[in-house]
Design a protein around this ligand. Sequence first.
Ligand code: SF4
Ligand code: SF4
Length: 390
Amino acid sequence: MFNENTCLRCGICLEKCPTMQLPIEIAKEEISKMIETRISEKIIKECTGCGYCNIICPTGSNPVELIRELRMKNHRENGVRCIGIISEEMPYNLMKIGFEIDKEQKQQQIIKYENPPKCDTMFYLGCGISYFYQELANTKLFEDFPLLGGMKYCCSAYAYSYFGEKESKIKGLEFYEKLKTLGIKKLITFCPGCDTMIRNIYPSIIEDFNIEAQTVIEYFIEKYHKGEFKIKQKINKRIAFQDPCTWRIYDKKIYDGPREFLEILGAEVVEMKYNRENSHCCGLPVSSSSRKLGTKIAEERISEAENINADIIAHICTGCLSNLSTYAIKRNINSYYITELAQMAIGETPILKILEKKKKTDAQIMKTIMENPNILKNKYIIKNGKILPL
Ligand code: SF4
Ligand code: SF4
């Protein structure tokens, strides 16, 4: 919760915000207006939801929750575009669009991800890998447990971030019942958003929610210490890690893992100027509302990696991978999902070609929008767990 009583209306949060950097007098006015009205067009358009303001607020007032309240008010009143609602009920959403790229190849895998054999532990791919980056799951690194994914098993993070706890609880209970039916007790996660829902959000809003979350990074570290992850060739490179924003907002305890794992792989870990809980966003969340702003944020982040002579920027979030790779590779910095580096260390050659994939994705999104212009016009709300046109 945002604490209105401790907030000084000092404006520091919006002045030091890496995206907005408002002059202090304007920042003071904006925050006062937001507190009074829960309205701000500027925030709706430009805020990435990165949560950096929380760590710079001198009174610990939790400004990111004020922003979340304001966004939810906006969503309830004006609805959200179908593209962001990852549900089978939607005629179009980002995952359905991603699925259209190389659909024949992907179809069989989706059937497998949505119909895994019963097991108490599974690799939980999330929608990003299921529909866009299946290549990441195509490795012997993930042969110990079944792969779970597809829209049928979406964590429904969209319900929490767009409409709040009440709607999220309904979707979360549906998700939990499906997991229990499969006998799942533990999910090894890839996407930081899925991880946060299982590790932090659902246990706090669903009474008996009892699924353990372990990131794929933590899983590999554990295997390494048990002698079950053997390095064939060290990755002798300078590698910077792009910390996902969700870790800062919900769980600050897992920053060491990626660094430890990269060192296990033989890398020299180098830190960008803004790292761990101080890290900056990749810019993806604002790219659809302002490409210019999304580009600026991404370019600044890559400059940080360039300034420390990083050879590689590594990611755990496929959103960061997708948004930063174009800018990184242009400046001769390689960009990999962290499990691709693990593949190299065991002697495999990763098959994901991120730039090719990104080009195809952008083209497919444009094509779908041109053929169905209503995608951008039609808005939806969620009420009592049901998705309804506004
Ligand atoms: S939320 Fe914190 S930084 Fe922002 S105006 Fe209030 S006290 Fe200042
Ligand atoms: S969440 Fe991030 S982008 Fe939004 S106001 Fe806070 S620091 Fe700025």
